[in-house]
Write a new protein. Structure first.
Length: 472
């Protein structure tokens, strides 16, 4: 833990205890919840494990396994205190007194809505305009993630392949829609391709690249932007032109062409000569697959998308959902497929309009009731495949987009996990909080017409923190 500064000794003890408890709760839930990303969340896992050891509890994580559906919810709820006899519903009176003054404050602009659900009972225990559609900004990624996990399962992997024509004269790099494809993966594909061609006597081969898995406009409605690359079934490192792996960055205007050029160079390193320059085109009829790369499991992609608010991954998740539903992998097709999948989950989609998967489009509309409903569903026993929606949430004062939003002296540190949402004039926060009696609450606070992002975020953080202080 970081050193505590200032405050009375009792305050410091409370903060330290809260932070450790938060990490124990988070660790208990997450370690029971399924596979960890192969690097994205290792620091959190290690720190959570250290927190468990310091508390004297005896826990042991399961041995690493391949991608599987997440574990059943009872283990998560047990870690949150459900086994301690806390079966009575959360008291609404305490929430009314705690939340209403904050919601009525000036920090949340001209329009604000809220919903809180006791996940142990599934009952809504607080509401303010919970059925009113609002612009959600990046909290819409929760809906995108839930739909993708429901449609495809947490173990699904996206394939990028190389196909060789029957006459062995043309290679085609076929994009499957994996935005995390990196140069190392392309190098592996190049090596596999070279092995397949070895001894064939083939001279120089033509190289084409196939992006036909996706359709519709590649540019998001916000236009060229450092927050998202043109949406393509083939890209390397999200089309980033720097060494970053999250956040805004300069992007290439043609991710597929850049990926093909990189692949051509790597083929050359592997001993395969290509000429002329790579060109767009589909794999020829009768061609065979000579190399394949699989993305990390969907559970890991979801966690990364939520933790870092990754727009490129979110749009890929929406399009993968569309493909599974047999719809065009476009903005329009994804909107229909994601909405349809949420409806199949029994979630309240009335008034929802999912114009994109990332939340960058101001035309997006969801309700606080929809967001809390899907969070509660992810915490319940009936849909363990949705567990990465919870494990991917940033932890207050610890990880992702909440890493700098809470300080070590905040009572919410470690006890709040939530997805942030920010556009000009729009601020949102949706996630889970552990109350003073160990119960897990799902919450969503949405605000429009905000004039100060800092003031809005502070108010949202205060609302979430109010949930952990005792609710009757």
């Amino acid at each position: 833990m970081r050193p505590l500064r200032g405050g009375a000794p009792d305050d410091r003890r409370f903060v330290a205890g809260s932070a450790v408890l938060g990490l124990v709760v988070a660790a208990g839930a997450v370690l029971a919840a399924g596979p960890w990303d192969s690097g994205q969340r290792k620091a959190e896992q290690h720190r959570a494990a250290a927190g468990m050891r310091s508390g004297g509890a005896h826990h042991q994580a399961a041995a690493p396994r391949g991608p599987e559906p997440a574990a059943s919810a009872p283990a998560v709820l047990t870690a949150l205190g459900a086994a301690r006899g806390l079966k009575e519903p959360v008291g609404g009176g305490g929430l009314e007194a705690a939340l209403t003054p904050l919601l009525d404050g000036p920090g949340l602009g001209s329009l604000r809505t809220a919903a809180v659900v006791d996940t142990a009972t599934g009952k809504q225990v607080y509401a303010r305009g919970a059925t009113r559609p609002m612009t959600p900004a990046s909290t819409v990624k929760l809906a995108t993630a839930a739909a993708a996990l429901s449609a495809l399962g947490p173990g699904h992997r996206i394939a990028t392949t190389v196909r060789l024509s029957k006459d062995a004269k043309t290679l085609t790099l076929v994009g499957g829609g994996d935005p995390t494809l990196g140069e190392a993966a392309l190098r592996g594909l190049a090596a596999g391709t070279a092995r397949a061609l070895r001894g064939s006597g083939t001279g120089a081969v033509a190289l084409t690249y196939d992006t036909s898995r996706y359709s519709g406009p590649a540019l998001h409605r916000i236009g060229p932007n450092e927050n998202i690359a043109p949406v393509s079934a083939l890209m390397v490192d999200e089309g980033r032109l720097d060494d970053s792996d999250k956040g805004p960055a300069p992007r290439t205007g043609d991710p597929a062409k850049e990926a093909a050029r990189t692949f051509a160079d790597l083929l050359g390193d592997a001993g395969v000569t290509t000429r002329p320059a790579p060109s767009a085109g589909r794999a020829a009829a009768g061609s065979t697959t000579v190399a394949t790369h699989l993305s990390p499991p969907l559970s890991a992609l979801v966690e990364r998308a939520l933790t870092n608010s990754d727009n490129d991954i979110a749009e890929a998740l929406a399009r993968q959902t569309a493909l599974k539903a047999g719809k065009p992998a476009s903005f329009a097709g994804a909107r229909l497929a994601v909405t349809e999948r949420l409806r199949k989950l029994g979630l309240p989609v009335a008034g929802a309009h999912l114009a994109d998967g990332s939340g960058l489009d101001r035309a997006d509309k969801v309700t606080a009731g929809l967001l809390t409903g899907l969070l509660a569903l992810a915490a319940g026993p009936d849909h363990p495949e949705l567990r990465p929606v919870l494990t991917g949430l940033p932890v207050a004062g610890f990880s992702g987009t909440l890493g700098s939003r809470y300080t070590v002296t905040s009572r919410g540190t470690g006890l709040i996990r939530a997805k942030t949402g920010t556009l000009t004039g729009v601020n949102a926060l949706a996630g889970t909080a552990v109350d003073a009696r160990g119960r897990l609450l799902a919450f969503a606070f949405l605000a429009s017409g905000t004039t100060s992002p800092q003031e809005a975020e502070a108010t949202l953080d205060a609302l979430a923190t109010a949930l952990i202080r005792g609710t009757g």
